[in-house]
Design a protein around this ligand. Structure first.
Ligand code: ZN
Length: 317
């Protein structure tokens, strides 16, 4: 059988032979790298990878040939946690951050998530699409071909829906695959300070609307000290499950609130961050299908400890 497409002269070909990783064995360390490699594709399937000369039996008259000119070729990368669609920019807060001003203090000054919310509410849908496209192109240049994209910078129904519609428009561009997540519970807006329950109800009411319009596949909550408690999060997740949303969670990021345990209990797809995960949390994930989704960029930018990645892998998460 011959190929429709052959990429040859690959300096280093990183193959997915041992993937996907299903458990914590040493496979996570065993990524196969072939020097002077080639890859042959038929239709949408990879039919052969190897190193050295491309076997002539793979090539036909119509085979498209791409010379990688000695570059690295890897499977397309997946960015499985982003807040891609947003207005404004927060680089001005970085000076405060490195001067040691705590995140909660920045939030009190109207910065952090709340500053992005203000800018996202004010931005038009077209402005958000254009800004997100710019980010996506940069990501694509780094090899990212699939991006999960959350709402959560609206915190009001109208802007949450606007963010999710932007995701739909980005899908139509077909440059990068987009996976859409509704994250109406990303922060508690100032005006609901004394009415937490009222806000939670608002989020719950939006679930069927989003489902009906097919605007999101996943539902996500920022389960964190000072944001949404484990109990409040569970309540929203149970409702989301009823409507058929897949679940994921911002868990045990700054303080441990048993987010990993909640992820296991509700059989979520992923528990994200986990910088403050406990021994019990690691055990819970180990005995579940939940994916631990670590975000070292967050630790770096907040100046916090990193999640215990090696320990989790060794324990079989
Ligand atoms: Zn996040």
């Amino acid at each position: 059988m011959n190929a429709d497409l052959i990429i040859y002269n690959i300096g280093q070909l990183v193959t997915g032979k041992e993937l996907p990783v299903k458990d914590g064995e040493t496979r996570m360390e065993n990524i196969e790298v072939l020097n002077n490699g080639y890859i042959a594709v038929s239709g949408s399937e990879i039919m052969a990878v190897g190193s050295g000369e491309v076997p002539s039996k793979l090539i036909k008259f119509t085979t498209k040939l791409i010379d990688a000119e000695g570059c690295v070729v890897t499977p397309g990368m997946i960015d499985s946690h982003t807040h891609l669609v947003h207005g404004g920019s927060r680089e001005n807060e970085f000076l405060d951050k490195i001067a040691g001003v705590p995140y909660i203090e920045i939030l009190k000054r109207g910065g952090g998530i709340l500053s992005s919310v203000k800018a996202t509410v004010e931005a038009t849908e077209d402005e958000l699409v254009n800004a997100a496209k710019k980010s996506l192109r940069r990501m694509l240049s780094y090899g990212v071909t699939t991006v999960e994209s959350k709402s959560g910078y609206g915190l009001d129904s109208e802007t949450e829906l606007k963010q999710l519609r932007v995701n739909e428009r980005l899908k139509l561009e077909q440059e990068v695959d987009i996976v859409s997540t509704f994250m109406g519970a990303h922060a508690l807006p100032e005006e609901y300070k004394d009415n937490r329950e009222g806000f939670i109800q608002k989020v719950i009411e939006l679930l069927p609307v989003i489902k009906e319009r097919e605007l999101a596949e996943f539902f996500d909550v920022f389960c964190e000290e000072g944001v949404f408690s484990n109990e409040e999060s569970r309540k929203m997740y149970i409702e989301a499950q009823k409507y058929g949303f897949k679940l994921r969670i911002h868990a045990d990021e700054i303080e441990n609130t048993k987010g990993a345990e909640l992820a296991k209990e509700l059989q979520m797809y992923s528990a994200d961050h986990l910088m403050a995960i406990s021994e019990d949390g690691i055990k819970a994930l180990k005995n579940s299908d939940v994916i631990a989704n670590l975000l070292p960029g967050t630790s770096f930018s907040l100046g916090k400890d990193y999640a215990p990645a090696r320990k989790m892998i060794d324990e079989g998460v």
